[in-house]
Ligand binder design. Structure first.
Ligand code: SF4
Length: 177
């Protein structure tokens, strides 16, 4: 049996969902015979490859860079999993949505800056007007709520997917911590 080509992506999130992924601890070793990690912030691959079987997406879509990235990922991936409340609802990144981008940037880079008060326009990707959940831009195959989802839920999702089944998460996850 060929291994599942597996990826994880970190967009506008805090890395907590990836930490929960790592909290599977020794169960990660149980998965290794069945998956090939082809892209992730946890490994050193620079480009999102073609023909990915399963991707876990942490975080909301908040910038123009995120938007380009998620569309490219969708084209290259069979099963896309929205991992965690930020990916599913926009959650914490969405807290800025009641303010304008200009107000948010002014608060961050002018009012709260101790030195060098200026709004960056080169290195930082331009923000979208609102931070949005992944499914508002691309089709999502599996939603895994939680902030973060616990390691047991992530393990269940992955074991089902590597077995060729879509996981039924009824009663296994909840929003929030
Ligand atoms: S869902 Fe929670 S843990 Fe995951 S990226 Fe968002 S804030 Fe962090």
């Amino acid at each position: 049996m060929s291994k599942v080509r597996f990826a994880t992506v970190w967009m506008d999130g805090c890395s907590g969902c990836h930490m929960s992924f790592l909290d599977m601890d020794e169960r990660l070793l149980d998965l290794l015979p069945y998956i090939d990690v082809v892209y992730s912030p946890l490994v050193d691959h620079k480009e999102y490859p073609e023909n990915v079987d399963v991707v876990l997406i942490e975080g909301a879509v908040s910038s123009e860079e995120d938007l380009v990235k998620i569309r490219k990922i969708r084209q290259k991936t069979k099963i896309l999993v929205a991992l965690g409340d930020c990916a599913v609802t926009s959650n914490v990144p969405g807290m800025r949505n009641r303010f304008t981008v200009e107000a948010v940037e002014h608060r961050a880079y002018i009012e709260n800056a101790q030195t060098n008060q200026q709004i960056p326009n080169k290195v930082i990707p331009a923000l979208l007007e609102k931070s949005r959940p992944v499914h508002e831009f691309v089709k999502v195959d599996v939603f895994v709520p939680g902030c973060p989802p616990d390691a047991d839920a992530i393990y269940y999702v992955l074991t089902e997917l590597v077995s060729g089944r879509l996981p039924d998460l009824s009663g296994k996850t909840h929003f929030g911590a």
